[in-house]
Design a protein around this ligand. Structure first.
Ligand SMILES: *Cc1c(COP(=O)(O)O)cnc(C)c1O
Length: 357
């Protein structure tokens, strides 16, 4: 609910003085129902394969993605690393986006821990990797070169959904070039909901897919790696080696099961809220934004030199955002439509002084 603005006495923006945190969909906290199912979870020692709740989560994830098997992992970063380690050997190479999470935001883990050389390429504006440029980057079979072994895509990429016909072309391409194909599908369900297809329609093009349970799906911890049984068995071995074999992890897995059962369809609300936010911002004199570019739960807005003072202005009013120059505003489970109205009002009051009508 929008409250009256008072410059001398900043208010906390959200209902109940809650902070409106738009930095990322990782900031979601478990709902009371999710906490209840976690508290009640049946557990065992998962390293012995005896945690029934982890086993149920892995079966559910595999079923939803249409793969033979799945593996519960402590984080998306480890999940991607396990996939890379399972597909590639020391001295192999993987082709990946220059701004891909796996390459840029995971501490260089594939190189550090796997001796896997990355070959980064620029993403196209739609979040794809141009397959002719990938083809040009594949190294010939020659002792001078690392062995190009894997192609890694990301979906959604910066909130953008990879087109299904592109995924099909990428799968054909990978097969023709004898590359394994991994999807960093941290936000795979956002893509599936946007396309109104089952997640399996996206996953079926890949050898392995990682999915975050702890982003917009709202679980506190965890990701799943989905793929063929043999690859997942290999990944399970690597997970143990990396210290990701957890014992009574069913308490965490129960949050993931709840997320998959109850928080997938509702991602459409996050997408609608993101679109509403972009539509609202577009009406403000001084902001340039194309609301039609918003496909899922992320809004990007270039605010140029205003970034630092906007951070401050919004922060004083209980709104937290990410980004310099280009702000990234992410909607999620803990952001309501009312919150969006508040955020647009606060942006409007910031720009009213600086860009008078
Ligand atoms: C968040 C994210 C991951 C995994 O991150 P963790 O914080 O390790 O769970 C991987 N890929 C993308 C695209 C992400 O946004």
């Amino acid at each position: 609910m929008a409250k009256a603005m008072n410059e001398s006495q900043p208010f906390r923006a959200g209902a109940d003085n809650r902070t409106i945190d738009l930095r990322s969909d990782t900031v979601t906290t478990p709902t009371p129902q999710m906490r209840a199912s976690m508290a009640a979870a049946e557990v065992g020692d998962d390293v012995y394969g005896e945690d029934k709740t982890v086993n149920r989560l892995e079966a559910l994830a595999a079923e939803m993605l249409g793969t033979e098997a799945a593996l519960f992992t402590p984080s998306g970063t480890q999940c991607n690393l396990l996939a890379l380690l399972s597909h590639c050997e020391r001295g192999d190479e993987y082709v990946v986006g220059q701004d891909a999470h796996t390459y840029k935001y995971e501490g260089g883990g594939a190189a550090v821990l796997g001796s896997i050389q990355p070959q980064p390429l620029d993403f196209e504006p739609d979040g794809t990797l141009d397959l002719s440029r990938v083809a040009a980057a594949i190294k010939p079979d020659d002792c001078h070169f690392a062995r190009t072994r894997l192609l890694c895509l990301e979906n959604t990429q910066g909130g953008k959904v990879l087109p299904l016909d592109y995924l099909e072309a990428a799968a054909d391409f990978a097969k023709a070039n004898e590359l394994a194909l991994h999807l960093d599908g941290a936000r795979l369900f956002n893509a599936a909901v946007r396309l109104q297809v089952p997640a399996s329609h996206i996953a079926r093009h890949f050898d392995t897919v990682s999915v975050c349970l702890s982003k917009g799906l709202g679980a506190p911890v965890g990701s799943v790696l989905c793929g063929a049984a043999a690859v997942v068995a290999n990944a399970r071995r690597w997970r143990k080696m990396l210290g990701g074999g957890m014992r009574q992890a069913g308490i965490l897995a129960a949050g993931g099961i709840h997320a998959l059962n109850f928080h997938v369809e509702r991602l459409a609300e996050d997408h609608a809220n993101a679109r509403k936010l972009a539509d609202g911002l577009a009406t403000i004199n001084g902001i340039q934004i194309d609301p039609a570019a918003v496909q899922t739960n992320m809004v990007f807005v270039d605010v140029g030199e205003d970034a630092a003072s906007l951070h401050l202005f919004l922060g004083e009013r209980g709104i937290v955002i990410a980004g310099t120059r280009t702000l990234r505003l992410v909607t999620h489970l803990d952001i309501s439509t009312d919150d969006i109205n508040v955020v647009v009002d606060v942006f409007r009051s910031y720009y009213r002084d600086r860009h008078p009508e």
